[in-house]
Design a binder for this molecule. Structure first.
Ligand SMILES: Cc1cc2nc3c(=O)[nH]c(=O)nc-3n(C[C@H](O)[C@H](O)[C@H](O)COP(=O)(O)O)c2cc1C
Length: 415
């Protein structure tokens, strides 16, 4: 599996200890280890004795290019790594798959093998991804142990429903690799947007002509999705108002699906009431067909003239109803006079920052050559960046902006 850039960015350079236990899903940990290594993480694998009965340690060693640890009492192991040092050096300890047995030991604080001893000595975040038959998962003992771990701050990646090794269907399958990686990425990201509510818009709106046709534009929505994913990784509550149909919703993001500019307008005004920042990455249609036919128009030989009327301007409406302190970032996708047009839009719409970029190069592409224009007149041309990297740069600015004392609040505290 190719690891998505937004996730790889967080995993790259991280030191992860992967604890592998004896489950029918043990083989999936090989794929997981491979994905982590491909993303640039250093991975040390600790296997339980039961796990080695399912998969040979050599598989993990070949993938991680590092020794695999099993025996706590091996004399060489004690001299080279010590029975506690692995967990103390790690950025994160992931147990995947986690058996009912190991979950019970972790909850009770038992330390009878290298994995459980490491977990007890580790000071880094512990993430547990259980895998077992449905009855074992639902058993009061397992549920009690999971609750204990959660109370202690352990992140549990709940198992999924589906086909199980026994042939039955039910809850118990190891969580999907993408979900596990996204969870690790979130835990490794700086939580500098924790407690903040960020609203992001994405995609080109679709303006209906009849039940099957619409007017739209070439925006892929990837900029908005990169922003939403990066913001949620950094701890924000994220509302993504999107007209995109073909992109997966990033884990943890609240999606508000919309189609037309008017739907997006209403959703934005609703969402910003309790938001800290609005990032308007969507390419909102300026015009819509004046009349929407209720039935599909039949093909004919005569020319067809479509009359368009202006859509409501979302940023104009936000300006009128902006709650105090809301940071607003807009986009100017321009074919010519990019900076002049962006500057005028920033002023007209009372934006904090505008991201000016040339089209059509930006639409659908993974890289952006953007210039940032700030309210105070500063202009910062950026080097070509991926949309994920640009998203994080913009969120750095959001963090910086939100940290500044608000003008109104400052005055109040002085009086
Ligand atoms: C073929 C096979 C598959 C197993 N699959 C699971 C499983 O998916 N989840 C689980 O909790 N136990 C499973 N078990 C039972 C565990 O291997 C057993 O409880 C063992 O003691 C776990 O040891 P560990 O937690 O140290 O790895 C399985 C056993 C066998 C023989």
């Amino acid at each position: 599996m190719r690891v998505a850039e937004a996730i790889a960015m967080r995993l790259s350079g991280a030191h992860i200890v992967l604890g592998v236990t004896g489950s029918i899903a043990t083989y999936k940990a090989v794929g997981l280890a491979s994905a982590l290594v491909q993303a640039g993480a250093t991975v040390d694998v600790i296997m339980t004795e039961a796990a080695t009965r399912m998969v040979q340690p050599l598989s993990f060693q070949a993938i991680t290019h590092r020794p695999v640890h099993v025996d706590m009492f091996a004399p060489w192991a004690e001299t080279e790594i010590g029975h506690v040092t692995l967990g103390q050096q790690a950025d994160l300890l992931l147990v995947a798959p986690a058996t009912a047995n190991t979950i019970a030991k972790l909850a009770l604080g038992l330390a009878d093998n290298l994995l459980t001893t490491t977990a007890l000595a580790a000071r880094c975040p512990l993430v547990v991804a259980p895998a077992m038959e449905t009855a074992m998962w639902h058993h009061q003992a397992t549920q009690g142990h999971v609750a204990t771990l959660m109370r202690r701050g352990v992140t549990i990646i709940e198992p999924e429903a589906g086909h199980l090794a026994s042939g039955a269907r039910g809850v118990g399958r190891l969580a999907d690799e993408g979900r596990i990686l996204a969870t690790l990425a979130r835990l490794l990201a700086p939580q500098d947007l924790a407690g903040r509510h960020i609203v992001v818009t994405a995609g080109g709106t679709r303006e209906a002509i009849d039940p099957v046709r619409f007017v739209s534009n070439a925006s892929s929505g990837r900029m908005g999705y990169a922003l939403a994913e990066a913001a949620v990784q950094r701890g924000a509550r994220v509302t993504l108002i999107s007209s995109v149909t073909g992109l997966p919703t990033p884990l943890g993001v609240d999606l508000v699906p919309v189609e037309s500019a008017r739907e997006m307008h209403d959703a934005v005004l609703q969402a910003i009431r309790a938001a800290d920042a609005l990032l308007m990455a969507a390419a909102v249609a300026d015009y819509r067909p004046a009349d929407v036919a209720s039935q599909k128009r039949k093909k004919g030989n005569e020319a067809w003239t479509l009359r368009l009327v202006p859509n409501p301007d979302i940023l104009e409406a936000v300006k009128g109803e902006k709650p105090s302190g809301l940071m607003v970032i807009g986009w100017a996708a321009e074919t010519h006079d990019i900076i002049e047009n962006a500057r005028s839009k920033l002023e007209r719409k009372d934006l904090d920052i505008i991201v000016a970029n040339p089209v059509p190069q930006t639409f659908g592409s993974d890289r952006v050559q953007a210039t940032l224009l700030f309210r105070d007149g500063t202009i910062v041309p950026l080097e070509p960046l991926s949309k994920v990297a640009l998203a994080n740069r913009l969120l750095d600015l959001v963090v910086e902006h939100l940290r500044r004392p608000r003008r109104g609040a400052e005055n109040q505290s002085q009086t």
